[in-house]
Design a protein around this ligand. Sequence first.
Ligand code: PGA
Length: 251
Amino acid sequence: MRKPLIAGNWKMNMTNSETSEMLKDLLSMELSKNVEKIIFPPYTSIDRAVNILKSSDIQVGAQNLSEFEEGAYTGEVSAKMLIDLEVAYVIVGHSERRTIFAEDNKKINDKVKRALKEGLKVVLCLGEPQEVRDADEQESFVKKQLQKSLEDVQIDYTKLVVAYEPIWAIGTGNTCNPKDAEAMCKFIRQSLEELADKDTADNIRILYGGSVKPDNIKEIMDRENIDGVLVGGASLKSEDFGRIINFEVEK
Ligand code: PGA
């Protein structure tokens, strides 16, 4: 049984005081115990978030990490620093890192290896741009991202989550049709079976991301191969994120 996972990626939003306010509001709500929950605040709010969420079942993740162990890498944050803050997960390969910060599959592969080596769980993001979807080449594009990002990685479904996030659906309000999202998540699962084995493919969690909101969460989560969501914009408001977490009771 794959436990549903609802994750909120705050991106470059939320000061420390805004973090406190949002999380206190979220904790005042009655949240489903049937789903795993993770918040990915900016680095500067991680310590605050960990402290506020300490006695809850909401985990804290980081949005990025350095591929290097330690040393003269000005502005970078290491896996060890994140572990010391009690961070559980790290996002690797988000499309904004790939496109705006020119992270290629080799760098992403190095980051995945570094994170797993130091004991962080990874949410690996994949997804095609609009022109690839227009040419109907999303499967080969995403498969290549998957293979290259996981080169020489021992795939362990307890430590790796994959998120399918078509770039054209991120922050645009233009959600991928749940049927198309399901087809891609199913394809990713089949590709994981080729890379690892059937047990791994059956048990690994695959998330959808891209304009997830309280009013579309239910139809997304209804799909067989979609085990959760990575939420950007709608994770910044406690009420919206709480409703997404509680999708099972959403009408
Ligand atoms: P969005 O972002 O929900 O604002 O589209 C999703 C993401 O980038 O993970």
